[in-house]
Design a binder for this molecule. Sequence first.
Ligand code: KG4
Ligand code: ZN
Length: 333
Amino acid sequence: MEEKDIYILGIESSCDETSISVVKNGREVLSNVINSQIKIHENYGGVVPEIASRCHTEVINQVMKEALKQAKLELKDIDCIATTYGPGLVGALLVGVSYAKGLSFASNKPLLGVNHIEGHIAANYITHKDLKPPFICLIISGGHTHLVKVDDYTSFEILGKTRDDAIGEAFDKVARVVGLGYPGGPKVDKLAKEGKEIINLPVTHMDNMDFSFSGVKTAVINLNHKTPNINKADLCLSFEKVATDMLENNILKAIKETKINKVVFAGGVSANSYIRGRFEELAKKENIEMYFPELILCTDNAAMIAAAGYYNYIKGKKSDLTLNAIPNLKLGE
Ligand code: KG4
Ligand code: ZN
């Protein structure tokens, strides 16, 4: 007997993107509407939580209509409503969670709370149709730096995480001090292409598989302060090099420890072209299977939430109308 297709409606509002998507069978994107607030927050040099919440409220209904229209479906065709409920900004999360609860109640469709970090990992199932766990995943974003062993679609073991700043935070800070503005990651990426790897910056070594980016971040800030005429492109590239060295050290440790030779990247910083280039080289040299999500699925979007929702839904997981936003939700909780 042919199996019935499953359509998940994903909702994402944890930070500054309002996004709603319809994904078929966890892998096929029928729509992925993303309303970014970057232009608004740019004026303030970073995300202003109050403004983020208000913007989500203003656009979410329109984003929903557009997502169903592009998918050529109606709410009655959806099997489950999956929404990010953490981690993220509490006010921003609450907009998506409340909206999902309202939809679920009105349409009598099951509701499912999805962990945002799990969503970032699941972005790869959309890009790589044959990708299956187990694998090692490096989640590098504005809020998270996690090295995770993905045992199955819904079970994870954290191997290491940052002790201080997330790598994306460090990119954004470097961008700000060298005068590139917000959002910093893509701007550092672009400027670094014109630079040389000639500035010595400190690499922080950890005994385990944790990360630390505050040392290199502070070194960039101090150097830029003491030497105002320093070449900014060189500084950006040298920062990228040291940050990537730290990622590489831990990935090699994780491969050795787990004996899993498959490495998957996730999160906004995995869009970085220098990091991609370095790991593509490493993959060839060390014969590692390496996967990156397509660029649009690296940063926040609802398709990844729908994909993660699918794997939880087919396991029988469900939330009820008491679902609440959990700003500091951990992976695997
Ligand atoms: O995954 P994401 O959209 O949000 C979180 O869940 O945190 O990641 C946003 C982060 C920001 O810090 C942004 O500067 C960084 O990803 N980012 C990049 C690039 N594109 C986005 N960092 C470095 N290079 C890029 N090309
Ligand atoms: Zn994210």
